[in-house]
Design a binder for this molecule. Sequence first.
Ligand code: GGG
Length: 356
Amino acid sequence: MASNRMKIAVVPGDGIGSEVVHPTLEILEAVARKHDLGFSFDEKDWSCERFHKTGAMMPKEGLDDIGSHDAVLLGAVGYPGVPDHVSLWGLLIPIRRQFQQYVSLRPVRLFEGMAGPLAGRKPGDIDMLIVRENNEGEYSEIGGRMFQGTEHEFVCQQAIFSRRGTDRIMRYAFELAAKRPRKHVTSATKSNGIIHSMPYWDERFVEVSKGYPDIKTAKFHIDILAARFVTNPDWFDVVVGSNLFGDILSDLGPGITGTIAIAPSANINPEREFPSMFEPVHGSAPDIAGKGVANPLGTVWCASMMLDHLGHPEAAADMVRAIENLLKGDGPKTPDLGGKATTKELARALEAELSR
Ligand code: GGG
């Protein structure tokens, strides 16, 4: 049974991370008052700044520390001065892997009131769920360098596609599609060029699909799929892809709605043995960090997904309704949405919307 009292690990992280996470915590407190919920926020300083001070993005015992929390809410990871692979593999990826968050669920929606870059597209034309495999695939640490510093130097990087990992992410996508009106799953592949793993991915997609005879399917190579996202985004309902393809598509998807800043993601451990983690798709945006103009809506939408995951669908839907009303109204909009508002102004307007 869902608990009304939730302990959340909060990792603002780097750059605009804290600028989008802290207003979201205030919005969550407002939601808690309205829906009789309670939060205990356990904030962690895990970040590139911590890496500079201590040599580690997070403490050794960090994951044990938050392992029995209800969920993790994270802002952004990465900042100039720390190589991106160091910050990602020192924080985000260990959390995703140790907590078996093998699903990265990334909704993409063109909301009413948003001026996307695609001519003639209206809300409803872009409404899809990207299901990204989140624990294996191309994001593997298997590989290495040989003959370093010589003319024979080479690197090799091994991608991993296990039957268990491939089947479970595809089943997750089919189960989601079964609950949606269009009942359609698209597989992102590249089996013409990647000769071992991608034909295997295709084979497993066909095999898993046999368990869901009512779900329609399609398969696209990733290159033409990227083009179809732009020319025919209305073709897509649930899209399942490997770790790398899902990562790219889930930036492209929000890109065609006009801003990546509102895109949320849920790193889910479906078995609920571990906490799941909720983080906006966007990164730390060093170009606007510190200016107070970051759009917090991606993180707010993440917080809504978190509440849904923790068994509070009404509170979650209330938050999405507030986002919808804010976007379609004349209220404040941050620069990425074509306005001049600050993060605080947008967050205040959202809180007012929640109280209606
Ligand atoms: N919002 C989390 C964040 O900072 N993401 C940046 C990023 O590049 N993530 C890589 C990934 O999702 O694998």
